[in-house]
Design a protein around this ligand. Structure first.
Ligand SMILES: NC(=O)c1ccc[n+]([C@@H]2O[C@H](COP(=O)([O-])OP(=O)(O)OC[C@H]3O[C@@H](n4cnc5c(N)ncnc54)[C@H](OP(=O)(O)O)[C@@H]3O)[C@@H](O)[C@H]2O)c1
Length: 344
């Protein structure tokens, strides 16, 4: 007997990707329900070779649903996740609403799957920020080998990280440049077409942005609170795929060759690192793929044990939907939940 799964935010960028990934990976679901706001009620979304009619989440009763994959934004999650959890349905949330709550595990299965058992306190599990997910997949095996002391990360984040309206804005502005139409930024603070913007999410008192703070707080929560992290998060005119330039300082010795060999064996990682034209991965090539790609691994001669590397992944997949489905798989494969139908 399989599970009953609800996708909250099924019409969004991440929600549609979740439906694709559930179908691709043959998740053991007997029933999949597509939920969104009232605006989308009655519209259709694809699930494998089927179409699902979208229902309004506000009218849906979660009592007989086992898992809710939530991707409807932080405000919706703040209000709904506790109510859904109280109905005995485990919420796996993509927003930042619950990530820093001590009673909510923040999980990347390749990194800290064992921490998942804490989910029973609230029936909520958090999925990290897209930039952090791919970063910790690449860092974990290196940390295990040579103990990371400090990381300096610069992100080059695609517009799909800002939702479907942000993708439309890049498309419309790009078109406007060519036909000489006026450009008025809406979702972004400045023009994004043929430009880069060093600002994602809101500013904090110390001058960093919330997006930069998330990378720091989430890396510490999942990997090791002792690691020092600093970040600059930048939006770039790419539709899908986040890239990161990562400078790492280690406690112990590690060469670029050793790092390459470790990462070649590491779960979720794919090393593409030929020192020749095109011998690295760009975000365009990562779109639609599951791996976290690592290229340009070099020793940093300015510190004692330092490396530089380039990390790229599809932000809608490992950065969001894939990681969420992998968390659901951990729940099922470890027998941490059983279908309600079976118990009835
Ligand atoms: N995109 C990424 O790379 C990424 C990565 C990690 C995490 N996330 C997080 O995932 C969440 C969704 O992101 P997204 O990129 O998929 O956004 P999106 O494309 O804008 O989609 C938002 C979804 O939420 C639904 N929604 C909005 N208000 C709702 C309500 N009151 N009740 C029920 N559903 C409602 C929308 O339904 P309608 O179509 O009916 O409006 C839509 O399905 C956000 O919390 C985001 O921070 C995104």
């Amino acid at each position: 007997m399989g599970f009953k799964i609800a996708i909250a935010g099924a019409t969004g960028n991440v929600g549609r990707e979740m439906l694709d990934i559930l179908a691709e990976r043959g998740f053991p679901a007997d029933e999949v329900v597509a939920l969104a706001s009232r605006r989308s009620q009655g519209t259709e979304v694809s699930f494998g070779d089927r179409t699902l009619k979208v229902q309004a989440m506000e009218n849906y009763d979660f009592s007989d649903t086992d898992i809710c994959l939530m991707s409807a934004g932080g405000t919706v999650s703040k209000e709904w996740s506790p109510k859904i959890g109280a109905k005995g349905c485990v919420v796996i949330d993509n927003s930042s609403a619950w990530r820093y709550d001590a009673d909510v595990p923040l999980i990347v299965p390749e990194v800290n799957a064992d921490a998942i058992t804490g989910f029973t306190k609230r029936n909520i599990i958090a999925n990290p920020n897209c930039s952090t997910a791919q970063l910790v997949v690449a860092l974990k095996p290196l940390h295990d080998h040579a103990k990371i002391k400090r990381i300096v990360v610069s992100t080059y984040q695609s517009v799909s990280g800002g939702g479907k309206e942000a993708m439309e804005e890049l498309f419309n502005q790009t078109r406007a440049v060519f036909v000489n139409d006026p450009i008025e930024p809406q979702k972004f603070t400045k023009r994004i077409a043929f430009n880069v913007i060093p600002h994602i999410d809101s500013f904090m008192e110390d001058g960093y942005t919330k997006e930069e703070w998330k990378v720091l707080a989430e890396t510490k929560k999942m990997l090791d609170p002792a690691i020092k992290v600093t970040c600059t998060a930048v939006r770039v005119p790419v539709f899908i795929g986040h890239s990161e330039s990562v400078n790492i300082e280690f406690e112990n010795e590690i060469t670029a060759d050793e790092a390459r060999n470790i990462l070649r064996e590491a779960p979720g990682c794919l090393v593409i690192d030929k020192q020749e034209d095109g011998g690295y991965i760009t975000p365009y090539e990562s779109a639609g793929e599951d791996a976290t790609y690592i290229s340009r691994i070099r020793e940093d001669a300015t510190v004692e044990n330092g490396l530089n590397m380039w990390v790229v992944s599809d932000n809608l997949r490992k950065g969001a939907a894939l990681n969420t489905v992998q968390i659901a798989e951990v729940l099922v494969n470890r027998g941490l939940i059983t279908p309600k139908k079976a118990a009835a």
